[in-house]
Ligand binder design. Structure first.
Ligand SMILES: [Cu+2]
Length: 431
């Protein structure tokens, strides 16, 4: 089908244009406005780069943002200060996308959207209506101009908690609000929403939503590589995967020496008339690891030196969302990677930073037995996109992502109302 060939050619054209624009170096990008001296509790970036939001329950999130024409949006120095915390608690030193790998099922196309298809250059101007109740911040893209591309706003999240007493005379409930930070980047037909969500109870959600338009390809769907999206059987969209990688640099309590732990629970069926049991084991991850998600397996990043008021080490748990793991490349075969931090290792595939002659350029190869003293955390979430008629036009947003859930960062739910605050480790009998 001529139409699809043309569109595909246009996509390659976009790659070339982006490569030409890149020139010699990655250009720094930033807002057009500036400054004001930071207060002590604030991260040390100028006001124009700072995001600070107080949410329901008295929780404040603070961070600095940056824009890079390879990664897109980068969040730095992310801190969480729940009510009652004397100072902000550092969570992440940096958080960003590290690749969107898009292989087509017919084997005719494969893209690295960040480092091979101009993702960062495709930052979109957002209309005020696309950032309801929020602020649009201008981002200066070298040689491309200024784009109203960063939205920071809040959005209702529904129940943060609910609990009724036994007598039915009282209900404790709270409606939560999240801080949302997002950009939209256009890569040929697709538009990717890069969204970070920060909740009042310490939860962080990272998601990428793909929308825009399908890239139609002509293929005979009878062999299982496409889906008819036009009348009858004339026009088939080729199936493909979106393998999205994030790179997280934790800095819990201000130290980069976070520890990684893996937990596995084994369930034993009942014997005779007994009941099922389960036992959980903790495995410290002391060396670089390519980790595979499994039922009842999870990982957490543990603070090197910070403890909550109960004396428990602070940590954040990695909670992957649904993922269609893609077997096509060595770097897509695992769900998480923990590597010893190296400044040149920034993209999960097609890494364009200079790690020296002959150095491997994908995250799986960087897992080579080093001891983890300063771990970089990589999360891979895959989505296998078999198009449907409803994908046109425009395509409804399909989301993929993960969460970072606080585990023992505070001694209780940071939103606990005052009249329940005495229940730490001792819920009242009967409630
Ligand atoms: Cu898709």
């Amino acid at each position: 089908m001529l139409f699809s060939r043309l569109r595909r050619a246009r996509r390659h054209g976009a790659v070339l244009a982006a490569a030409a624009l890149l020139g010699t170096a990655t250009a720094a990008a930033g807002p057009v406005t500036a400054t004001a001296a930071p207060a002590p509790t604030r991260p040390d970036c100028s006001a124009a780069y700072r995001i600070e939001q107080k949410l329901d329950g008295g929780t404040t999130w603070r961070m600095c943002w940056r824009y890079d024409t390879d990664h897109g949006l980068i969040l730095n120095k992310v801190t969480y200060q729940p009510k009652g915390a004397a100072a902000p608690i550092r969570v992440l030193n940096s958080a960003k996308l590290a690749q969107i790998h898009v292989p087509y099922d017919d084997g005719n196309a494969e893209y690295d959207d960040l480092t091979g298809a101009g993702f960062g250059w495709g930052l979109q101007n957002l209309r005020p209506a696309e950032c309801p109740g929020g602020t649009l911040t201008p981002v200066k893209i070298p040689e491309a101009g200024t784009v109203n591309g960063l939205c920071t706003t809040t959005r209702s999240r529904g129940h943060a908690y609910r609990m009724a007493n036994d007598e039915g005379t009282k209900v404790w409930q709270a409606q939560g609000k999240d801080l949302l930070v997002y950009t939209v980047n256009k890569v040929a037909w697709y538009e990717y929403i890069t969204e970070w969500r920060f909740s009042s109870d310490g939860l962080i959600s990272a998601n990428v939503g793909a929308t825009g338009s399908l890239s139609p390809g002509d293929y005979n769907a009878t062999d299982g590589r496409g889906w008819p999206i036009g009348p009858g059987a004339g026009s088939y969209a080729t199936s493909h995967a979106h393998n999205v990688f994030w790179r997280l640099d934790f800095g819990l309590d201000g130290s980069v020496k976070d520890r990684i732990e893996q937990f596995d629970s084994k369930v034993t069926p009942p014997r005779g008339s007994g009941q099922p049991k389960a036992k959980t084991t903790r495995t410290p991850v002391t060396k670089e690891l390519a980790g595979d998600a499994k039922t009842m397996r999870w990982w957490r990043v543990v603070s090197a030196n910070g403890k909550n008021k109960d004396g428990h080490p602070r940590s954040y748990e990695i909670v992957p969302g649904p993922s269609a793991k893609h077997d096509g490349r060595s770097f897509t075969r695992h769900d998480v990677y923990f590597t010893q931090t190296k400044p040149c290792e920034q993209f999960a595939s097609n890494n364009i930073r200079d790690c020296g002659a002959g150095a491997p350029d994908s995250v799986d190869k960087w897992v080579n037995g080093e001891t983890l003293t300063d771990p970089a955390v990589w999360v891979n979430i895959g989505f296998h996109h078999i198009a449907r008629d409803e994908d046109q036009q425009p395509m409804p947003v399909h989301w993929q992502g993960f969460q970072l859930a606080p585990r023992d960062v505070t001694a209780m739910n940071p939103l606990t109302p005052a009249d329940l605050a005495d229940q730490n480790g001792a819920p009242r009998l009967g409630s």
